[in-house]
Design a protein around this ligand. Structure first.
Ligand code: ATP
Length: 205
């Protein structure tokens, strides 16, 4: 089994996530891509206003519903935060000892990769696959590795979809439509729970 591991906060998931996951899956001939919502990203510890993890999980499941080879894994939600990718990959390897893992990340994440926990071990547990984002070519990005550190990686071509969760949250706050940017089932959950409206903090962790 060739498995893509696609981590993120997914607050909320949007069409960019779905399109790049499908493109990477096809190009890398992956059997499955696991979306892995973070309990708390190590880079967002202490941040307020992040939507409750179970609700982000629900939205992520809604985003991939009906897509045969995309699924959502709650592995990070069942572990105490912060959600380190190396711990997730170790656990996935224990659960699926014969699988081959491919860690999918956008060029923006690659730019901070040198600061992630145990990057050498991440590179040993999974093939690191970087996807262009906002026209940013992965080879133009400096991951900021410590001197002497070398971690093998590759890039993969995906369609360019310039959308971010930040933009979605801002559009909701401003009363603008998000219908073309977020799968319909996710739009329903956002409205049902009145997410991303400035005054509401009821659904945040
Ligand atoms: P935010 O705006 O809140 O930072 P985001 O849109 O970057 O959110 P995340 O959940 O942080 O979404 O992203 C999860 C993963 O998906 C990351 O590896 C990120 O680089 C990648 N990603 C998100 N949107 C895109 C996109 N439009 N094109 C390519 N990669 C993307």
């Amino acid at each position: 089994m060739r498995i893509g591991v696609f981590g993120g906060t997914f607050d909320p998931p949007h069409v960019g996530h779905v399109v790049v996951a499908e493109d990477a899956r096809t190009r890398l001939d992956l059997d499955r891509v696991l979306f892995v919502p973070a309990h708390v990203s190590p880079f967002k510890v202490g941040e307020t206003g992040i939507t409750d993890p179970e609700l982000r999980l629900r939205m992520t499941k809604a985003a991939v519903r009906g897509r045969a080879r995309l699924s959502v894994d709650r592995i990070e939600l069942d572990r105490d935060p912060p959600s380190f990718t190396v711990d997730t990959l170790r656990a996935l390897r224990t659960r699926m000892p014969d699988a081959e893992f491919h860690l999918l990340l956008g060029a923006d994440q690659w730019a901070s990769f040198g600061r992630w926990k145990d990057v050498g071990e991440i590179g040993a547990l999974a093939e690191i696959v970087v996807m262009a984002r906002d026209g940013r070519d992965p080879s133009d990005v400096d991951p900021g590795f410590a001197p002497g550190m070398h971690v093998p990686w590759r890039s993969v071509d995906v369609r360019r979809i310039d959308v971010s969760s930040t933009e979605i949250r801002e559009r909701v706050r401003a009363g603008a439509s998000i219908d073309d940017l977020v799968p319909p089932a996710v739009v329903d959950i956002i409205h049902e729970h009145e997410l991303y409206r400035a005054a509401s903090a009821a659904n945040t962790a």
